[in-house]
Design a protein around this ligand. Structure first.
Ligand SMILES: [Zn+2]
Length: 195
């Protein structure tokens, strides 16, 4: 049986902050839109590969973190948590550059999934972009108790795709080629993790 892939797109159209500065040419990135666009790309690619794909926030509006966890675990209950993989898609902010992924503290299958993501990110971007790591605990992924990954009953990773408040990064994730690349890294990692 092909695994069920649970896709989360952070924030909503009404979420304050969570947007880039307005650049000199008047363009601006809104994180809710970016997250949903990347999730759409991931969903169509994974569906074509035969995965059972669930987008837990089809709404444009923000859905509370507790409701996102509830929706995730309802799917885990239906399909069996061992048959599910969760990923939450975000863009980063706060000044910096590059790509990074988070699991919760400790080692479990989420860390194996994150390792697959780092491997694909390195292949895709290692030459041109910074792949941000925390190797102090013996693996590359960063660790934080984000509610959506902490609450999920299945392996769960949160990805921060480049910095929307750094112009070079933001231009990349505003571009179709950048968005496609963000989706391709996730799809390749899911394929290799699920083998
Ligand atoms: Zn975010």
């Amino acid at each position: 049986m092909k695994k069920t892939i649970i896709l989360d797109n952070g924030h909503g159209i009404e979420t304050p902050g969570k947007r880039s500065p307005i650049w000199k040419d008047g363009t601006q990135l809104f994180e809710w839109e970016f997250n949903r666009d990347v999730v759409r790309h991931i969903a169509s690619k994974l569906t074509a590969l035969g995965f059972d794909v669930r987008v837990i926030v089809p709404e444009s509006s923000d859905i509370s973190l507790s409701e996102r966890v509830r929706r995730t675990n309802a799917i885990c209950k239906e399909r069996g948590a061992g048959n599910c993989v969760f990923i939450s898609i975000h863009a980063n902010a706060g000044g910096g550059t590059g790509w990074e992924a988070y699991t919760t503290p400790g080692q479990n299958n989420s860390d194996k999934f994150a390792a697959a993501l780092y491997e694909e990110a390195e292949k895709k971007w290692g030459k041109q972009w910074k792949i941000r790591k925390d190797t102090s605990d013996g693996d590359a992924d960063k660790e934080a108790n984000f509610q959506v990954i902490k609450g999920a009953n299945c392996p769960a990773v949160l990805v921060e795709n480049f910095f929307m408040d750094t112009e070079k990064d933001c231009r990349y994730i505003m571009s179709p080629v950048g968005r496609e690349a963000c989706a391709d890294v996730v799809v390749a990692a899911i394929n290799s993790y699920c083998k």
